[in-house]
Design a protein around this ligand. Structure first.
Ligand SMILES: NC(=O)c1ccc[n+]([C@@H]2O[C@H](COP(=O)([O-])OP(=O)(O)OC[C@H]3O[C@@H](n4cnc5c(N)ncnc54)[C@H](OP(=O)(O)O)[C@@H]3O)[C@@H](O)[C@H]2O)c1
Length: 390
């Protein structure tokens, strides 16, 4: 059973869609869905663009839209105000709360690029006091990605709540975690998660201008991926790492936050060794989209550089979409852990670049073009949906 729509809420609203990959984004109209039990109806005022929008809208990645005949609604994050709760909903949320969350794009009720979303309450985080929605929308998609990657793909523990009094120390506290693409949105959250849970031998690979801020997020050493000999420098560092127990990898944990065949996977294939787990953000980008260039994307990580990896390297393709299969993370990550990490100042939101434009469609398209042109550097693209507050 669903609650009726409040009288002030329109029966339909605007959403941003792609129908045929590679063509401009367009507006479509969707019904506003009354919330059922354990759902919230949210008036969305802010969202953030992510490379996934580009992979969908230009690359056609898993665009499940009946062969280009149906609009696919974009957007994996939303920020706004709760306007109704489903009947008998068990939640600490109230109407009027400012909230944000990560959702499944393509799912008509919940995709983020629309004026109203109807979402399960496990996909809602309350905005901590003193934080803006512009800051909030930079967080959920890639903080969930960071936690999911560390737990599901690297197999490292992140107990919650973190046992007080410093009693809990991760077994792998001093083992190397190499984060390639650490200045990306994903990378910044991976660093902050590892720091909070006490993993203290984290190496960051990122453009030189980001090194100082990445040290502030927990990186012990930084390497510049634009340097001619970056692989040699990292291998030189690993030569000095002392490993307890014979046969262990010197670099047992690697996160590739970019997934570029030539830009990240090729150099990592020279660094990973027997016993290294390499968690790669999917899709693998064989060719990046350009103004006159079609992207080439691959969802099977094992097709990346076959025969080029040392024996005993484990490649893992990250699929955050499935994080909810971990019941604990489903029930606690967005409603409880993310707001707490932000309120405690343990995690800082990404820097925001606000995308301006006369209409929401113009803002969505501008953000997509910036992603295509690889013009995003150490920041998150944020923009407004509805212009009026209710
Ligand atoms: N499968 C999943 O579950 C999942 C989840 C989340 C994200 N992803 C994917 O992960 C990728 C990253 O997402 P994002 O939102 O974090 O991206 P982003 O913040 O937009 O990435 C831009 C950053 O990447 C850096 N970069 C680009 N090429 C690099 C290279 N070769 N080496 C090191 N750094 C490089 C840039 O560095 P400069 O500042 O030096 O230009 C820039 O700071 C996307 O493809 C996204 O779709 C996948």
């Amino acid at each position: 059973m669903a609650s009726p729509l409040p009288a002030s809420i329109p029966a339909t609203h605007a959403a941003i869609a792609v129908t045929v990959p590679g063509t401009p984004l367009h507006l479509t109209t969707l019904p506003t869905v009354p919330p059922s039990t354990n759902e919230a109806l949210i008036h969305v005022t802010h969202t953030a663009s992510t490379p996934l929008n580009l992979h969908r809208a230009v690359g056609g990645l898993m665009l499940d839209n009946a062969g280009g005949t149906k609009p696919f609604i974009l957007g994996s994050s939303y920020g706004g105000t709760v306007v109704a709760l489903g009947p008998s909903t068990t939640t600490t949320l109230s109407v009027g709360d400012k909230v944000f969350g990560t959702v499944q794009d393509g799912a008509e009720k919940e995709a983020g690029f629309q004026e109203y979303v109807t979402v399960p309450t496990w996909r809602v985080s309350k905005l901590p006091a003193g934080m803006t929605l512009e800051e909030g929308v930079t967080v959920p998609t890639n903080l969930v990605t960071a936690v999911h990657t560390v737990v599901a793909d690297l197999g490292l523990e992140l107990p919650w709540p973190v046992p007080a009094g410093g009693e809990w120390v991760p077994r792998q506290r001093d083992e190397v975690v190499l984060v390639w693409g650490a200045a990306s949105s994903v990378g910044q959250y991976v660093l902050q998660v590892l720091r909070h849970w006490g993993y203290r031998h984290v190496l960051a690979v990122a453009g030189g201008k980001h090194h100082e801020s990445l040290r502030g997020l927990g990186a012990r050493e930084c390497f510049d991926y634009r340097g001619e000999n970056v692989v040699g420098e990292i291998l030189g560092y690993l030569d000095k790492v002392e490993v307890e127990g014979g046969g262990r990898s010197r670099v047992p944990y690697i996160v590739d936050c970019i997934g570029s065949l030539e830009g990240t996977l090729r150099p990592l294939s020279k660094i990973a060794e027997k016993g290294s787990k390499v968690a790669v953000m999917l899709p693998v980008i064989n060719v990046h989209a350009g103004q006159d260039r079609e992207p080439e994307l691959e969802m099977d990580v094992n097709k990346a550089l076959p025969g080029q990896w040392k024996e005993g390297v484990e490649l893992r393709g990250v699929r955050t979409h499935f994080y909810y299969k971990n019941e604990f993370l489903k029930n606690h990550l967005q409603p409880e852990i993310i707001p707490a990490l932000l309120a405690q100042g343990v995690v800082q939101p990404n820097k925001q670049r606000v995308v301006e434009g006369k209409t929401m469609l113009e803002r969505a398209q501008k953000a997509l073009d910036l992603l295509r042109d690889q013009a995003v550097s150490g920041e998150k693209l944020v923009w407004r949906l509805a212009d009026e507050e209710i």
